[in-house]
Design a protein around this ligand. Structure first.
Ligand SMILES: NC(=O)c1ccc[n+]([C@@H]2O[C@H](COP(=O)([O-])OP(=O)(O)OC[C@H]3O[C@@H](n4cnc5c(N)ncnc54)[C@H](O)[C@@H]3O)[C@@H](O)[C@H]2O)c1
Ligand SMILES: O=C(O)[C@H](O)COP(=O)(O)O
Length: 524
């Protein structure tokens, strides 16, 4: 039974596919209420309230995936999740419209002083002259961060007859032209805008982006809005610019610390606030919960997820094309790691023929995960394989060749160890399966699966018989056997597939046969 912890409030309608699955148990409780069972969950679903820290990840030993029902993953230690091999997914566009609409609601409320007027009337006052606002029509709106939400805000601003200026260092000219906005520098935006709204993620670069220096470049009487992340507008600087009257008003949905407690900003009459409500609509919550529930289900069924933060993203089509090579690569990694039972410095992978045209990042990660699995105690998978390889000083590279060299497709793996180099080549043949066609300098043809026994020997009559007799005497049945040699009387190999794993003592017995140089058990 798969167990999923839903740690923040989420739409039941969105979670329906998980709740309806009889193989899944969904527990809707806060982390503190399931402290004793944390190691029993396979998946964790959160919004922004639950902090997915390294400590929590350590406790959730069985965790495979974290689903964020929303956009921002700043409450999740993605690096730690990656190290632990935990996939992190989000629902990047389910709440875009709601947040853009909330931004607009805040903008209109801010310039027309609706929250203040509302409180006044509720206090039985009727003071019309105290609440004279300004129009949005004809005003210059500066949008910092022109992604999903920023661009939806722009569409609405244009409908209101506003002039829209956009600053986003990663915005391509083509996209800006398509949407028809004025793209400018940050300084130009700060100088022109009557109202500034921020829609960036909170990063090293955007933290304090509107701080003392940049706020000083804004027009006197500017209005500011933050429905993105607390800290993009520096709260201390904001207090100074409100106190000196430079900033006419501020609308905040987010804070550096949430909840903000008794924050000085809350004392200003011209600061209007909501408790992180951008995504809090029925529609957005159904959207984001549906997106993560579907993705988690897909992931638990062993299929590729499309909105992962720490995995290469694959469409279903691409996944179907790479699936066979993904499996072949994994097996090649497992075999190579066991054959090269020594420190390794570099792994070079060459994709040839049809596989060279595919998205190989995932295939490479699969190979690395296979290679590292026997060498590391912790979980290793596609999520953290590249990171673990780097941590262990194992460089890896990919090369591509259109020519499949006698095969429609092939993957050649070269492993550079401290004392030797090992090469193998594999191919996937439709309706036949995975085959290893070159192994350690020998042409051969075997399926990389089950209990394999590799023997390198001198090409002499009777070698097969000697090996066969010993295995037979110990009740080890040989399922298949492939042989190869470099030249008559030279070095030769046997690759046996056995019906059960071999004891180490038997390996030692085989090593003692004269003219046998190498014996390796390979378990795939
Ligand atoms: N208040 C809420 O409830 C709520 C809801 C949803 C999203 N959000 C937040 O809104 C923000 C935007 O979300 P989105 O879905 O539009 O994200 P997005 O990734 O689509 O857009 C972010 C944009 O910011 C730009 N950007 C990055 N660094 C920048 C910088 N230094 N200067 C200027 N632009 C920069 C990026 O190029 C990108 O275009 C995020 O912080 C998200 O967490 C808040
Ligand atoms: O990043 C987001 O998606 C928003 O901040 C929404 O957060 P919430 O799911 O906690 O409302």
């Amino acid at each position: 039974m798969v167990r999923i912890l839903v740690a923040d409030a989420m739409s039941e309608e969105g979670l329906a596919p998980l709740l309806a699955d009889p193989t899944i148990e969904v527990v809707q409780k806060k982390v503190v209420d399931v402290e004793d069972e944390l190691d029993q969950f396979d998946a964790l679903l959160v919004r922004s309230a639950t902090k997915v820290t390294e400590q929590l990840l350590q406790k959730m030993k069985n965790l495979k995936i974290v689903g964020r029902a929303g956009v921002g993953v700043d409450n999740i230690d993605v690096d730690a999740a990656t190290r632990y091999g935990v996939v992190v997914i989000n629902a990047p566009n389910g709440n875009t419209i709601s947040t853009a609409e909330h931004t607009f609601a805040m903008m209109a409320s801010l310039v027309r002083r609706i929250p203040q007027a509302h409180i006044s009337v509720k206090s039985r006052e009727w003071n019309r002259s105290a609440f004279v606002g300004v129009e949005l029509f004809g005003k210059h709106l500066g949008i910092i961060g022109f992604g999903r939400i920023g661009s939806e805000v722009a569409k609405r601003a244009r409908a209101f007859g506003m002039h829209v200026h956009v600053y986003d260092p990663f915005l391509t000219k083509a996209r800006a032209e398509k949407i028809g906005v004025d793209v400018c520098t940050l300084d130009e935006l700060l100088a022109q805008a009557d109202i500034i709204t921020v829609h960036t993620p909170l990063t090293k670069e955007t933290k304090g982006l509107l701080g003392p220096k940049n706020l000083a470049k804004t027009k006197k009487g500017v209005y500011l809005i933050n429905c993105a992340r607390g800290g993009i507008i520096d709260e201390q600087a904001l207090i100074s610019f409100l106190e000196n009257g430079h900033v006419a008003g501020v609308a905040l949905d987010v804070f550096e610390q949430e909840p903000p407690g008794d924050h000085p900003l809350l004392s200003f009459d011209n600061v209007i606030v909501t408790p992180h409500l951008g995504a809090s609509t029925v529609e957005a919550q159904v959207n984001v919960a549906t997106q993560v529930a579907q993705e988690v289900l897909t992931f638990l069924q062993g299929k590729p997820v499309t909105s992962s933060i720490n995995l290469p993203t694959l469409s279903k089509d691409v996944y179907e094309k790479i699936q066979a090579f993904y499996t072949l690569a994994r097996k090649m990694g497992i075999v190579a790691s066991q054959y090269m039972s020594e420190p390794v410095q570099e792994i070079a992978i060459t994709y040839s023929g049809s596989v060279a045209d595919l998205e190989t990042t995932f295939i490479t990660r699969s190979l690395l995960a296979g290679f590292l699995k026997p060498r590391v105690a912790s979980t290793v998978n596609e999520v953290n394989a590249a990171m673990i390889a780097k941590e262990r000083g194992i460089a890896f590279s990919e090369k591509f060749s259109a020519n499949g060299n006698d095969y429609n497709n092939s993957i050649t793996l070269t492993v550079y160890g401290e004392n030797k180099t090992f090469t193998m080549k594999g191919t996937h043949i439709a309706h036949y399966g995975d085959r290893i066609v070159h192994f350690n300098g020998f042409a051969i043809d075997f399926a990389p699966e089950g209990h394999l026994l590799y023997i390198q020997h001198h090409d002499k009559p009777g070698m097969i018989g000697k090996v066969g007799n010993i295995l037979g005497d110990h009740q080890v049945n040989i399922a298949t056997m492939q042989v190869g040699r470099q030249e008559v009387g030279g070095k030769a190999i046997m690759m046996l597939s056995l019906d059960k794993p071999l004891d180490d003592t038997l390996v030692e017995t085989l090593e003692q046969i004269s003219d046998i140089d190498v014996v390796k058990k390979l378990e795939v």
